[in-house]
Design a protein around this ligand. Sequence first.
Ligand code: MIC
Ligand code: SF4
Length: 641
Amino acid sequence: MNVTQKLISSHLVSGKMEPGSEIAIKIDQTLTQDATGTMAYLEFEAMGIPQVKTELSVSYVDHNTLQSGFENADDHRFLQSIASKHGLYFSKPGNGICHHVHLERFAKPGKTLIGSDSHTPNVGAVGMLAIGAGGLSVALAMAGEPFWLVMPKVVRVNLTGRFQAGVTAKDIILEVLRNLTVKGGVGRVIEYTGDALKHLTLPERATITNMGAELGATTSVFPSDEQTLAFFKAQKREDDWSELKADDDAVYDEELEIDLNKLEPLAAAPSSPDKVQPVSELCDISITQVCIGSCVNSSLNDIISAAAILKGKKVHHHVSLTLSPGSRQVLKMITDNGALADLVSAGARVIECSCGPCIGMGQSPPTGTVSLRTFNRNFPGRSGTKNDKVYLCSPLTAAASAITGRITDPREFVKEAALVTIPEEYDIDDSMIYLPSDTPDEVEIIRGPNIQPFPEKDALEASLKAKVVLKTGDNITTDDIMPAGAKILPLRSNIPRISEFVFINVDETFAERAKALGSSIVVGGSNYGQGSSREHAALAPMFLGVKVVLAKSFARIHKDNLVNFGILPLTISDDIYDAINADDELSFPEVAKDIRESAEVVMVNEKSGKEYKIEHHLTERERDAILAGGTLNFIKKKKTS
Ligand code: MIC
Ligand code: SF4
C-alpha cells in the first residue's frame, strides 16, 4: 500500500477503498479557526453533546484579528469560553496561524485530522491524513461521527535531484500547479516520494502540502521518515513520532516526476494560482507591495532566508514590505537570532502572527499596481482591492523584489545553493494555548450580539419552480460567492447580515434580487466553489433563497457544504449549460420524488419548454440530507424518530 491507502485503511469505518466510491473514516483530531469556527461551534452545540469525542480538538483564532469594532473581539471570547466548556484546546489570537501551530505542536504521523479551513492538508507533511471540510462536517467529527468522502485516486509526485541556487519548496508546488492546474487534484490525494525527500525539511514539506489545496486535491501527504523525526525532536515531541512509509511495491493511480535540478524560481500570475511562469520571464514588472507570510510560507527558515537577502539593504522606495510570521514560536526565534532586526532595518512593516493580508485583513494594495506575495491564493479581489494584480512566489523572490522594486529573479542575490536545515531545538512555549476546563459545568458561554443563531431551512419541496438569478463562468471561487476582507469577515457569525454581500464583486444586485425572488437558482461552469472551505458560501445563499446550483463540476468542499445546507447541487453537461440563460425559469416538477427514487432529476426550462434529465450523483447519505433540508435537519430528525 502507499501512505494514503495505509492512512485510510487504518481509519476506514464504511465503504470500499475503490476510487470514486463513498467511504467513511474515523477522525482523530479536528481544528477550527475563528472565521469558520463560530458557526461550527453553534452547530456542535445544536447536537447537544457535552464534550468533544475526538482524541484532540483545537480552536484557533488567527483570521479575524483586526478588532475595528466589537464583533471580532466578542467572537474571540465566545470561542474561548465554548472551547473551555466542551473539551477543546484554545490557541489565543497572537499565537499563530492554525496550520502553522498545528504542525509545531499537535500534528502526529498516522492520524486523521479534519479542519474547517481548506489548508488543513498542511500537516499532511508529517504523514497524517489531513482534510479541509465545512464547519458542519467538523462539528460532526467533534460529536464522534465519521467523515464521509469519495475514495480518492492517489497521484505519486516523485521528487529527485537537489535545489539549485534561489529555488525552494514553493517552486515545487508551483511546478505541480503548472502541470495539474487548479482542477487537476479533484478526487485525488497527492503523495510525495523520491530521493529528494532526504533533504526536504518538515516546514518545506508543509509548504507543498499546504498549497496542494489549490489543486483542488482531497489532500497531500508525505511519508514520516528521518526528517520527520528530526522535526519532532526539535519540537520536543519525539514521543509523538512514528514511522510511516509506503510499501516498496506500492502502486499509484497516476504519476508525475519533478527533477529539482531543473527547477527554476516560479511565480503564479494574476489571478489564479495555476497561471505559473518562470520568474525570469516576469522580471521588470514594477511592484508596489511585497508581503511575506501566510500559512504556506511563514516558517522560521522562510523568514530567515528572506532576511538574509534583505540584511544591510533597504526596501525600494515604491514598495511596502509586510511580514507576518506563522507563529509566536517563529516570531520569538527571529527576534532572538537577529533576523527580525535585519528585516526592520531594511524597512519591513511587522504585522502580528495571523493570516492578515492573505485574507484581506488589512494591507490591500494600491489601485492598478502589482502586489507580490508569498501566499497561496491570488483570486480576483481577495486582497481587498478591486481589479488587483497579485503574483505568488517564494520568500527568496519576494525579498529580492522588495529591494529592486520590480519582480526579480532571486538568483541575482543568491549565488549558491544552500541546504535548508531546521534548528536542533525550537523555542517551546505553549502558554498561549489553553487547556479545556476541569469543571465544564461551571463554564459560562459568553455570547456577544454578533453571534446570531444560524438560519433554519425547511425540508425539500415536492416540486420546485425558480428563476436563474445568476449565470457564471468556470472556476468561480468561494471568494467570489462570499467575499472575505476586513469589512465582511467580522459578520461571519451573523448570516442575515453577511448574506447582503453574496456575489457582491460579481454582481452587486445579487442579494437584493435573490431576496426579492424568494426562490432562485445559480448556474456555474466547471470547478464551481473552488478555494476556501467557508460554509458561508452555502449558508448565506441558502438564507437568500437559492435552492439549486447547476454547474459543470463542483469543488469537493463546496459541494459538501451545499448538501449540508440543503442546496441541491446538480452537475450539468456543456449542452445544458449553454441552453440556460440568466432569468430563465426552471422547474423540477417532482424533485423530491426523483431524488428519493431515481438516479435522475427531471428539469424543464419553462422558457424554451425543453425537458432535461439530469443525473444527480447523490449518495444515499446526501439524498437524505437534501430531502431533509440539510444535514443538521437530518440528524435532528434521526434523533427524534
Ligand atoms: C482562505 O484561505 O480562504 C481561508 C480564509 O482560510 C478559508 C477559510 C475561511 O473562509 O474562513 C479557507 O481556506 O478555508
Ligand atoms: Fe489564513 Fe491565508 Fe492560510 Fe487561509 S490561506 S488559513 S487566510 S493564511
